[in-house]
Design a protein. Structure first.
Length: 319
């Protein structure tokens, strides 16, 4: 059994090294080596525990819980650093409830926010080809939000319009192809049969197409215009869609008007609180029901996920 495990690790390493050789982007390769180092250590530790304690179920369960606690925090720190595909996968796993309980608890911050990039405004200036002071009358250094693929900040244009500037994280597109190539390789190595390999390959391809669509800011700007027009034609004046600033839209950056009022998330939070009060549930109870329904394929009428929101302190700097 040990010999088979060692052989599998060697074969996987050879396949990975040959795949890495096809890609010249050093930072993308470094990303994968980081995740490989942690996941390799995790797989090895869990397998060794399973092999050595398989005849002692209670000791095995205790050792697995210890490993959960050991690796969950390391995985959170790494995913917050890598962002992109791996963080998206973790978010999906959290939503589906397929991870051990300890991992669900520790990785929950990925559903809210990841660390911000410190060079946001420098990258904005580089993509626009002009200094920040020639583009904006003021900018906000505190992000409105940070996700796995980008972050957004408030600003005011020279003409006085309030806008939101959204930009992708650096090197995200360059690492995307390698990330998904690694996922395809992992699917081939870990799938037990040809049918599973085919299904996993299609799943990974669909994820890649979806994420690539999310990384095109110009396509997002066009979609915003279409949605806004459709809402106006339908007479839904209570829902407003930001307007993109066409001459400031770039492949990796979107500048759009900032609309006052409640966000959709705030609306959903308020609706969830009202629904919880109506049903006599504790705060967050509706979200727990929705999670259970996702795990078991059931539907709950009028389900609205609830997510706590923290207050932000904005620090505005004048240019």
């Amino acid at each position: 059994m040990y010999a088979l495990l060692v052989f599998s690790l060697i074969a996987a390493t050879v396949a990975i090294m040959s795949l890495l050789a096809r890609y010249s982007h050093r930072r993308a390769c470094f990303r994968y080596l980081l995740i490989l180092r942690l996941l390799g250590a995790m797989i090895w530790s869990y397998k060794i525990a399973e092999l050595t304690l398989r005849h002692h179920p209670e000791s095995l369960a205790a050792q697995q819980e210890s490993l959960h606690d050991q690796y969950a925090h390391d995985l959170l720190v790494l995913l917050q650093r890598l962002r992109g595909v791996y963080a998206k996968l973790a978010q999906t796993a959290l939503a589906l409830g397929v991870l051990p309980a300890r991992f669900n608890t520790v990785l929950t911050p990925l559903l809210r926010e990841v660390p911000a990039s410190a060079d946001f405004w420098e990258r904005v200036a580089a993509q626009q080809g002009q200094p920040i002071e020639q583009l904006f009358a003021s900018v906000d250094d505190t992000p409105l939000g940070v996700g796995t693929i980008g972050q957004a900040h408030a600003a005011r244009l020279i003409d006085g319009r309030e806008v939101v500037v959204k930009a992708l994280h650096p090197d995200l597109k360059e690492s995307l192809q390698l990330d998904f190539a690694m996922l395809q390789l992992a699917a081939r190595l870990l799938s037990p049969d040809a049918e599973t390999r085919t299904r996993m390959a299609h799943t990974v391809a669909a994820m890649r197409d979806q994420l690539e669509a999310e990384l095109d800011a110009r396509a997002e700007a066009k979609a915003m215009k279409r949605i806004g027009m459709s809402l106006r034609q339908a007479g839904l004046r209570s829902v407003a869609v930001p307007e993109p600033i066409d001459d400031m839209v770039r492949p990796d950056m979107l500048v759009m008007t900032r609309i006052p009022g409640r966000t959709l998330q705030e609306y959903f939070d308020a609706a969830a609180a009202e629904e919880e009060a109506r049903r006599g549930l504790e705060a967050g109870g509706l979200e727990a029901q929705v999670t259970v329904s996702m795990r078991h394929g059931r539907q709950i009428p009028h389900q609205i996920p609830h997510q706590a929101r923290g207050e932000r302190r904005e620090v505005r700097r004048r240019l």
